[in-house]
Ligand binder design. Structure first.
Ligand code: ZN
Length: 371
C-alpha cells in the first residue's frame, strides 16, 4: 500500500469541520485495517460522522496507540491556487486541505500498521485511534474516552500531527471561555435608570490584565497566557446594554488543571462576571528522559538524521483527551506534515516525509512489540 496514494485518497474526501463528515474516511481506512487483520470498531458521532478504533495483538502488555484526527479546518477566505480536494502533486509536494494537518499522518500510521500486521498476533500489538471532531477542542476523542471500553488500554501514544517528522514531547492546554455580564436596559437618555453590561465587561477585561496564574514557568513551554480575543455588547446606540460577552483564550501549562484556573479566574473577576467554558483541553508533557521517549529519539535520529532538541508543539492535540484516558502514558507528537502549513491556504506536505513517517512508525512499532 502506497502512503502517498492513500493520503491523496483521504484529501479527496471533504471532511471540513464543521460539519466534519468523517465517516467516509473511517470506512476507507476501516476496510484497509480489517483486510490486514485488525479488529475494527466504528463509533458513530452524529450525522455522517464517526471515529474508528482498531486493535491487533493479543500478547502480553498494553499495545502502542497510534492516533490521528480525520477532520480538517475550513478553506479560509483566500483563493487556493491548487484544488484543495484533488491531492495534486508537484515538485515533491502534495497539496490540499489536510495534506499536512493531518491526512498524511493518518495515511502513514495506517500503512505502517498494515505493514506490521502479519507479525503482530502474539505481541502487545497496536491500537489505532482515528478520531472525528478534533479541530474544535478534541471533542471526538473526548467522547471516545467516555464510552466504556472503547479505547481499551495503551502503554504509549504516537500522535501523527504535523511536526516535519521531529519528535515533540508535549504542548500547552487550552481553556477558551465566554465571560458574560448582564445589566438592566434603559433609554440612552437616562442611563442612571439602567445598569450597563458593557461597562461591567470592560471592567472585567481590565481585571483580566492583572490576573496572575501563580505558577512557576515550565522549562520548555514557559508561562501560561491569557488573551482577550473578542468583545461584544449592546444592541443599539441609544440604549443601556443589558448583556455583553468577552471571548478569552487561556493557554495553560502541563501540571496546571484547567478547572483550577477557571475557579481562580472566577474568583478574581467576582460575581458580576459569569464564565462559560467553550473549549477545555489540558496540556501534555512527557519527560524527555523517559526510556520510551529516548527510544523514539533514537529512531528519529537514525531515520531522519534528527538532532536531539527537546521541543513542544505550538498547538493542542487529541493527546489532551487520550493521554489521561490511557493513564498518563508517555506521548510523542510526531508526524510528516509541515508544522507551519497547518490551516494555511495552499496547504502542502512533502512527499518524502510521508514515506519517512511510515519508516518511523514501523520502527517504533517494531521495537514496542519486540519484533
Ligand atoms: Zn491537527
Amino acid at each position: 500500500m502506497d502512503p502517498i496514494a492513500l493520503t491523496r485518497r483521504l484529501v479527496a474526501i471533504d471532511t471540513v469541520n464543521p460539519p466534519g463528515r468523517e465517516r467516509e474516511c473511517v470506512r476507507v481506512l476501516g476496510r484497509l485495517l480489517e483486510d490486514a487483520g485488525f479488529a475494527v470498531t466504528e463509533h458513530p458521532y452524529g450525522e455522517g460522522r464517526s471515529s474508528l478504533v482498531a486493535r491487533l495483538g493479543d500478547g502480553d502488555g498494553p499495545p502502542l496507540c497510534l492516533t490521528g484526527h480525520l477532520d480538517v479546518v475550513p478553506l479560509g477566505a483566500r483563493p487556493w491556487t491548487h484544488d484543495p480536494f484533488a491531492g495534486e502533486t508537484a515538485d515533491g509536494r502534495l497539496y490540499g486541505r489536510g495534506s499536512s494537518d493531518m491526512k498524511s499522518g493518518v495515511a502513514a500510521l495506517v500503512v505502517a500498521a498494515t505493514r506490521l500486521a502479519p507479525r503482530l498476533r502474539a505481541t502487545a500489538g497496536l491500537v489505532l485511534v482515528l478520531t472525528a471532531d478534533e479541530e474544535i477542542g478534541s471533542r471526538g476523542a473526548a467522547r471516545l474516552a467516555t464510552i466504556p471500553g472503547a479505547l481499551g488500554t495503551a502503554g504509549a501514544i504516537v500522535v501523527a500531527e504535523p511536526t516535519g517528522n521531529e519528535p515533540l514531547v508535549g504542548h500547552k492546554g487550552a481553556l477558551w471561555l465566554h465571560a458574560r455580564t448582564t445589566g438592566v436596559s434603559a433609554h440612552g437618555s437616562m442611563p442612571e435608570r439602567g445598569v450597563n453590561a458593557v461597562v461591567r465587561a470592560a471592567r472585567a477585561v481590565l481585571q483580566m490584565e492583572t490576573f496572575e496564574f501563580a505558577v512557576a514557568p515550565h522549562p520548555v513551554l514557559g508561562r501560561p497566557t491569557l488573551n482577550v480575543g473578542t468583545f461584544a455588547g449592546g444592541l443599539n446606540f441609544n440604549s443601556v446594554p443589558d448583556a455583553a460577552t468577552v471571548g478569552v483564550d487561556i493557554r495553560t501549562i502541563p501540571g496546571q488543571k484547567n478547572q483550577a484556573v477557571l475557579e481562580q479566574l472566577g474568583h478574581h473577576l467576582g460575581r458580576e462576571v459569569a464564565l462559560e467554558t467553550f473549549v477545555d483541553v489540558e496540556g501534555v508533557w512527557t519527560d524527555p528522559d523517559h526510556p520510551w521517549m529516548a527510544e523514539v529519539f533514537e529512531v528519529a535520529a537514525a531515520t531522519t538524521g534528527w538532532r536531539r532538541e527537546v521541543r513542544a508543539a505550538p498547538y493542542v492535540t487529541d493527546a489532551s483527551a487520550l493521554t489521561p484516558a490511557y493513564g498518563n502514558v508517555p506521548t510523542v507528537i510526531l508526524g510528516p506534515g509541515e508544522l507551519a502549513l497547518a490551516h494555511q491556504t495552499d496547504e502542502w506536505c512533502r512527499l518524502d516525509r510521508i514515506e519517512q513517517a511510515v519508516e518511523l512508525y514501523v520502527e517504533i512499532g517494531r521495537r514496542w512489540c519486540g519484533l
